[in-house]
Design a protein around this ligand. Structure first.
Ligand code: 13P
Ligand code: SF4
Length: 339
């Protein structure tokens, strides 16, 4: 079931009681959510909070979710690695994954007995859709005996064909953990290139790309540097090599957030999805954020209203073929054992 069409969804009333119950949340995000939007968000946040209690549910939100989700209703936030890890630790009955489909699948893989909800079934990922299980089987035939490392941005069907998963936060460590001279690394060609630069292990790459990060260019970043003296440039490893060449720091979304929190640059450019800067800026009042705004259309399919609907109806659920899930789980668990 797809809850994508919510054009006739009722608008929840913004009452003084709602305002009072959500005042703490507004305080947390008032630097990044305009006051004029608050009467729309507050009743949804209030409703989601009580539905979470009723369902014994938690919301896991990726760093690219909008601030009203990230700061408003999430119980756990983070990069793909943190979300996968924290999903193994919850005793909630229901997990709502505010992110994209492969993230919800990962949560289901490590929690086969729980209800895992993805508020919009169509929240995909250009990397995940760049490769199929059959493609991986063909790669194995072409390179017999070479292990397959899959970025977590893939379907369960692809993970089931791989030896081990990785995320942007642990890719080099995972590749080196195998103790082999070469690996097949799927599906992100740019992440593969980033890993290859940091290891002696030979990397055989696939040709997938993130449709958000591939749009950044090194020339664009250099132009920002000229316009904003003293700018710290921090980039996600899904960016093209010419962007990474001019970055001061490269890391996963969580590592990028930590960079700002720990080093407190005066001015920063986070070369990644747009909402990330909003979420970090909400808690970094002294840092100036320079923002080229590339949005992930898949992440943006998730809204407060869809999260509320998912909790009301317990749909759409992530369901996986048990045999595929069993094999995919092994690849995820191997990763979690390494890093
Ligand atoms: P992170 O694991 O670094 O959060 O990246 C996930 C993602 O989809 C980046 O585009
Ligand atoms: Fe996929 Fe790129 Fe969106 Fe991340 S930002 S979910 S890699 S399309």
């Amino acid at each position: 079931m797809n809850t994508g069409d919510l054009s006739h969804a009722e608008v929840l009333p913004y009452t003084p009681a709602v305002a009072a119950r959500t005042a703490d949340v507004f305080e947390r995000m008032k630097r990044v959510v305009p006051a004029i939007e608050w009467p729309i968000h507050a009743p949804e946040i209030d409703a989601i909070r009580s539905l979470k209690e009723k369902r014994n549910a938690i919301v896991l939100a990726h760093n690219y979710q909008t601030p009203e989700i990230f700061h408003g209703v999430a119980d756990i936030v983070g990069d793909s690695l943190a979300l996968a890890r924290r999903a193994t630790e919850t005793d909630a009955d229901v997990i709502v994954l505010a992110g994209v489909h492969f993230m919800a699948e990962t949560a289901k893989l490590v929690n086969p007995e729980k209800i895992v909800l993805i508020p919009d079934d169509d929240a995909g990922c250009s990397l995940a859709s760049s490769i199929t299980g059959a493609d991986v089987r063909l790669l194995r035939e072409t390179y017999p005996g070479v292990p397959v490392v899959t970025y977590v941005n893939t379907s369960a069907e692809v993970k089931a064909e791989a030896d081990i998963c990785c995320t942007s936060g642990n890719a080099v460590k995972v590749v080196e953990s195998l103790g082999v001279p070469r690996v097949i690394f799927i599906p992100d060609a740019y992440l593969a290139n980033y890993v290859a630069r940091q290891t002696d292990v030979e990397i055989i790459a696939w040709h997938g790309r993130c449709e958000v990060h591939e749009r950044f260019t090194g020339a664009e970043i250099e132009a920002y540097r000229k316009d904003f003296p003293g700018l710290a440039v921090i980039a996600h490893p899904e960016c093209p090599p010419d962007v990474l060449d001019v970055a001061d720091y490269v890391g996963s979304t969580a590592a990028m957030a930590d960079f700002v929190r720990d080093r407190k640059p005066q001015r920063v450019l986070m070369v990644t999805e747009c909402s990330m800067s909003d979420n970090v800026a909400a808690q970094a009042p002294d840092v100036e954020f320079v923002r080229p705004c590339n949005l992930c259309p898949h992440m943006k399919r998730i809204t407060l209203t869809k999260i509320r609907r998912a909790l009301e109806t317990l749909e759409p659920r992530v369901e996986l073929d048990p045999a595929t899930a069993e094999r995919a789980r092994v690849a995820v668990e191997r990763m979690l054992a390494v890093a």
